[in-house]
Design a binder for this molecule. Structure first.
Ligand SMILES: Cc1cc2nc3c(=O)[nH]c(=O)nc-3n(C[C@H](O)[C@H](O)[C@H](O)COP(=O)(O)O)c2cc1C
Length: 135
């Protein structure tokens, strides 16, 4: 018997749209407001060219949110790398965590991302772990 509604977790990567000057502050403000309202948590990483985002929450909310994010013209080429049901949230404290170069927890974050991408295609995995290492 399940203890409650299934929590789904997705991981995707995308690329900044051409000539787009990204204002991360406004993305994060809107993301956190929506995510709090929809019981979604996660992590967003940005390396200046690509976004890597983990979203976790009730399956219907994840579907609706990913649809909305995918239609956002600030980025393109979204590739869903993983989608799975999870027992417990991995980013439960963050309505949308954001990591950049000044963060103290880089080693732990790097390990978490490597674990998440363990099942993706090796060429992509190399790219993703390199991505996480740069941040
Ligand atoms: C890389 C990226 C990540 C985003 N992440 C989220 C998110 O986690 N949750 C969310 O609701 N919106 C996210 N957004 C923003 C949505 O695409 C959309 O702009 C926003 O939800 C609209 O909010 P508003 O109509 O209240 O301004 C993201 C956008 C980008 C470009």
């Amino acid at each position: 018997m399940s203890d409650g509604p299934a929590i789904e977790q997705i991981l995707y990567i995308s690329t900044v749209a051409p000539n787009e000057k990204i204002d991360l502050g406004s993305i994060l403000t809107a993301a956190r407001r929506h995510n709090r309202a929809n019981n979604i948590t996660g992590l967003l990483m940005f390396n200046g060219k690509r976004f890597l985002q983990v979203l976790e929450g009730p399956a219907d909310a994840i579907g609706a949110t990913f649809d909305r994010i995918s239609r956002d013209s600030r980025h393109r080429g979204q590739v869903l790398l993983a989608r799975k049901a999870i027992e417990r949230r991995e980013f439960g404290d963050w309505s949308m965590g954001f990591k950049d170069k000044t963060d103290q927890d880089n080693a732990a974050l790097y390990d978490t991302i490597c674990a998440k991408v363990a099942d993706v295609h090796p060429s992509l995995r190399a790219e993703l772990t390199a991505f996480a290492r740069q941040i």
